[in-house]
Write a protein that binds this ligand. Structure first.
Ligand code: FPP
Length: 243
């Protein structure tokens, strides 16, 4: 047992998080929604640090969905500015802590400036292997599956593979997350019991933890508590417990 009360052998290797509730956090304080996102970015820093310190290998954060493009222009632009600030401010810390930055999603839809900022940090951290920090940006689970299906269809059309070889592993191999294990734990903040088009294929057997806490209010102690709760769960993958 580590000093934080967690059992190192029973930690999830991959945690995925739907960070929700920034807007409500701000509204409750009669502040602009953007203030909520700013405070949410502080929580991102805390969660990245905590996961690295605990020894999580993969952390995937839902930072911007394909649906988020429908938000007011000013909010989208504030989120992109926050992302650039985050990247510039955290680059050194990611390097020092052996964290590799990665993205999933239709990142070609992001502005050239944001893509450049992402590429800069991804290139600088490419050989790090302490933890993979993946930001889901312009991400949608259905779009990801559609892209995979299209790639496989081309291979069938070109007779590179035959239909009989289409198996779950082949689909997994064509997703953005091909090089990562599926998340054992999915956390959603702000009390909504929804998946919101996040990692639809990959969460088939994930343990789900919904907390009523709004993302900006998430603390290190609560995160460790969620992991303790996870360690109490019995994961059966549809099977029965061995006697
Ligand atoms: C959901 O809150 C959150 C988002 C749409 C974006 C997440 C962004 C951050 C946490 C900040 C910046 C990110 C990085 C990586 C630096 P919401 O606006 O949907 O909240 P609401 O449901 O209460 O309106």
């Amino acid at each position: 047992m580590a000093k934080n009360g967690l059992e190192p052998a029973k930690l999830p290797s991959h945690i995925a998080i739907i960070m929700d509730g920034n807007g409500r956090w701000a509204q409750k304080r009669f502040l602009n929604r953007i203030k909520g996102h700013e405070k949410g970015a502080d929580t991102v820093r805390m969660v990245v640090r905590t996961c690295r310190e605990i020894g999580i290998q993969f952390l995937t954060l839902y930072a911007f969905s394909t649906e988020n493009w429908e938000r007011p222009k000013a909010e989208i632009s504030a989120l992109m500015t926050l992302l650039k600030k985050f990247l510039a401010g955290e680059k050194q810390e990611l390097l020092e802590n052996n964290i590799r930055l990665n993205t999933i999603g239709q990142t070609e839809r992001l502005s050239a400036e944001v893509q450049q900022a992402l590429n800069d940090v991804m290139t600088a951290t490419a050989s790090n292997n302490g933890m993979w920090l993946t930001l889901a940006l312009s991400y949608g689970g259905r779009a990801e599956i559609v892209e995979a299906v299209k790639k496989i269809a081309v291979q069938v059309k070109n007779k590179d593979i035959d239909v009989a070889s289409i198996a779950p592993e082949l689909i997994t191999h064509h997703l953005y997350t091909a090089d990562m294990p599926d998340p054992e734990l999915l956390i959603r903040t702000s009390g909504e019991f929804r998946i919101s088009n996040f990692l639809l294929w990959q969460i088939a057997y994930s343990e789900i933890h919904v907390t009523p806490t709004l993302w900006p209010d998430m603390t290190r102690d609560e995160l460790i508590g969620i992991l303790k709760d996870y360690q109490q769960r019995e994961r059966r993958f549809g099977r029965v417990t061995q006697p």
